[in-house]
Ligand binder design. Structure first.
Ligand SMILES: *[C@@H]1O[C@H](CO)[C@@H](O)[C@H](O)[C@H]1NC(C)=O
Ligand SMILES: *[C@@H]1O[C@H](CO)[C@@H](O)[C@H](O)[C@H]1NC(C)=O
Length: 199
């Protein structure tokens, strides 16, 4: 067996440690803390997905208006957008609009306000905008959205390269599997998960 020189171990240590530290982020954030931000970048290595709620408070503000825009790092990348919960009581004054570049995705008023469980979209462009406005009436907690980069240009979506092929053929990052959020849109990333020792 060959002995590893101390200097070589040091080189290996320097090479390997920063790499293992660079874990991709699947983070949570609050939309009302990022109003007006039009350049939230999603990137295959560092931020392949995340999830957000309208507000960190139990109720959003009256007469409120907020818009945020996500951009994919590569023009071939798309977004899988899943509204996991929708709870806006003052419908239609309180309203969420989701745009795929300039095309409105949630055209159906039932997907803009009121109370509805999961619905999802896959964008045709690499930019998605969320705009929320509220009227003066009674408020609730709003909505929760899971978002993931979808990689249509990755042929066969190989698991060995860190991808996960959803039942609906969206190709997302494997780090989003079994995190309790529906990043695929059809929930298939949350189907085969052990209840103990979540990934
Ligand atoms: C927008 O959000 C990104 C990602 O969190 C952040 O890095 C950037 O500084 C923000 N930009 C503005 C103008 O707030
Ligand atoms: C919201 O706007 C309405 C109409 O402009 C106004 O009457 C009401 O006082 C406002 N409410 C709050 C809490 O700002």
């Amino acid at each position: 067996m060959q002995k590893i020189e101390p200097s070589l171990s040091l080189i290996l240590f320097i090479l390997l440690v920063p790499y293992s530290d660079a874990k991709p982020i699947n983070d949570k954030f609050f939309m009302d803390k990022m109003c007006g931000n039009e350049s939230i970048i999603f990137d295959g290595d560092l931020r392949p997905g995340g999830w957000f709620q309208l507000t960190s408070s139990s109720k959003y503000q009256p007469n409120f208006s907020c818009s945020i825009k996500f951009r994919a790092a590569q023009p071939t990348q798309r977004f899988a957008v899943t509204v996991e919960k929708m709870n806006t009581v003052d419908c239609p004054k309180d309203r969420l609009l989701i745009y795929d570049s300039s095309t409105l995705l949630n055209k159906d008023i039932k997907q803009q306000c009121g109370i509805l469980s999961t619905f999802s979209f896959t964008t045709a462009t690499s930019q998605v905008t969320f705009t929320f406005t509220s009227g003066p009436g009674t408020k609730s907690n709003g909505f929760q959205v899971a978002i993931a980069l979808h990689f249509p240009a990755v042929h066969t979506c190989p698991q060995a390269l860190g991808f996960f092929l959803c039942g609906n053929k969206n190709c997302i990052s494997k780090v989003l599997e079994c995190d309790s959020h529906n990043h695929c849109g059809d929930g298939t990333d949350e189907y085969s998960c052990s209840t103990i020792g979540k990934k």
